[in-house]
Design a protein around this ligand. Structure first.
Ligand code: SF4
Ligand code: SF4
Length: 453
């Protein structure tokens, strides 16, 4: 049964494959802006030890060094672009652990993303898969109100008990991708946070700063309590929080899947929105959104009007954990009695180089027993849609992560990214351990509220 299921899935997936008749090599139309970077690979192999996909298969073509070689060969013309090459480049998680390790500074993850953009610019799909893709990336993600309508339908599905019926039956077994998506779905709140938050929330006490809040779509839809905590913690620390109504998706899903033009349009829109908000900083509690905010100058590098404006916004962009540590934070006095460990989101530790601030915040909470996690900065296997499109690898990577988490003896796992929260929640279900998954700010918020004033 399992092999039949995978065959069906493979057939469905192959229907989306490219035609490559008129296109043979990468970067033939203008090239990647930093060609010198990829030549720096000295083939030392240090990146192999930290690459989650290589550690799953031990195949050179699924390692960072192998990907560098493939992209170099495809851009020099010695290797033709084929469906198999395309498939290999989509096996990468874009976790960027390799970039943190590489002694030569090769930007492997960024090269994979650039190669995917090349692929998508030339890819020809059948009508139905193309329509579905356009619906998701062009007609749904850029419009928060449409995303919220879709979430409402899912909420009804959960509330009327259909979710239990579907999970208890085998009805989705022939559709592994849909089944994977369904299982990731957390209990949806009554209303997304975007509809609840005031556009301006005044600082409690004397105002120190006026802060723009970039509220990620997933945080608003799936983890409103965590982002509500972010706003309360900011106000507690003397920040007036401005959450502009007009903000849209940061473009992270589009960038990861090669939809560059939509990502650029979203970046320009959000730059305008936060300029109008006139804030000292732009803070987010979503590591993926924070990474994109900081990447907009490169994304808009060829746009003379928006490149400087994106640079100005980047100078103000902060992850909530780095922002609070830099303030500095008013140390909470209330206690949170719990044994807590921390999982580094790749978008925070590798893409933004932020590892100590979340740990510092957790350790500042009275009563909290912090325990370090082995391989804390290894990917959890979420990686956007990876857990849906590459289920086997994603689950293998998640199992390794959950083994490390269980070994800490912690009952609470803190992290700082909605994708990780969803994936680790699924991991906790698989281990059948009573693990609570929270954002770092939720524990801080709890500590402030325990002060009782
Ligand atoms: S660590 Fe860097 S230089 Fe060494 S093989 Fe990997 S990509 Fe090449
Ligand atoms: S980004 Fe992650 S999955 Fe991709 S090559 Fe680097 S370490 Fe491996």
């Amino acid at each position: 049964m399992v092999s039949q299921r995978f065959r069906l899935y493979d057939i469905m997936w192959s229907m989306t494959e490219i035609t490559v008749a008129d296109w043979q090599w990468f970067f033939t139309e203008g090239g990647h802006p930093d060609n010198e970077n990829i030549q720096r690979c000295i083939r030392c192999g240090l990146c192999l030890a930290v690459c989650p996909t290589y550690q799953q298969s031990y195949l050179e073509t699924e390692s960072p060094r192998g990907r560098v070689a493939l992209i170099k060969a495809a851009s020099s013309g010695s290797l033709k672009v084929s469906p198999n090459l395309v498939r290999l480049l989509y096996v990468c998680l874009d976790c960027r652990a390799c970039q943190t390790t590489c002694p030569s500074g090769v930007k492997i993850g960024e090269w994979v993303i650039a190669a995917r953009a090349e692929i998508e610019a030339h890819r020809r799909r059948w009508v139905v898969p193309q329509f579905l893709r356009d619906t998701i990336y062009r007609r749904l993600f850029p419009y928060p109100e449409r995303l919220e309508m879709a979430a409402s339908a899912l909420r009804v599905y959960q509330r009327v008990g259909l979710e239990k019926v579907v999970r208890g039956s085998r009805v989705l077994k022939p559709f592994p991708a849909v089944e994977a998506m369904e299982r990731l779905l957390p209990p949806l709140p009554a209303r997304p946070l975007r509809q609840e938050l005031p556009e301006v929330a005044a600082a409690w006490g004397q105002e120190r700063l006026r802060v723009g809040f970039f509220l990620g779509c997933f945080m608003s839809l799936f983890f409103p309590e965590a982002s509500a905590s972010t706003v309360r913690v900011l106000r507690e620390n003397g920040c007036t929080v401005v959450t502009p109504r007009g903000q849209k998706c940061c473009g992270a899903p589009h960038l990861a899947d090669g939809e560059m033009e939509v990502a650029r349009d979203l970046a320009r829109h959000n730059v305008r929105v936060f300029e109008q908000a006139q804030v000292d900083y732009v803070v987010t509690d979503c590591a993926a959104c924070g990474t994109e905010l900081k990447a907009w100058p490169e994304l808009l590098a060829d746009d003379p009007e928006y490149a400087p404006r994106a640079r100005a916004l980047k100078a103000k962009a902060r992850d909530i954990t780095e922002f609070l540590v830099g303030l500095p934070l008013r140390p909470p006095q209330g206690e949170v009695r719990a044994r807590v460990t921390y999982h580094d989101p790749c978008h925070l530790a590798h893409a933004q180089g932020i590892a100590q601030p979340p740990r510092h915040l957790l350790k500042s909470i009275p009563g909290l027993e912090y325990v370090e996690l082995a391989e804390a900065n290894w990917c959890c296997g979420s990686a956007g849609t990876y857990s849906i499109t590459h289920r086997r690898y994603s689950q293998g990577i998640l199992d390794r992560k959950m083994g490390n988490i269980v070994a800490t003896g912690a009952r609470v796992v803190a992290t700082a990214n909605p994708g990780c929260l969803l994936q680790l929640r699924l991991g906790a279900q698989r281990t059948r351990k009573p693990l609570a998954l929270v954002h770092v700010v939720e524990l801080l918020d709890r500590a402030y509220r325990a002060e009782g004033h």
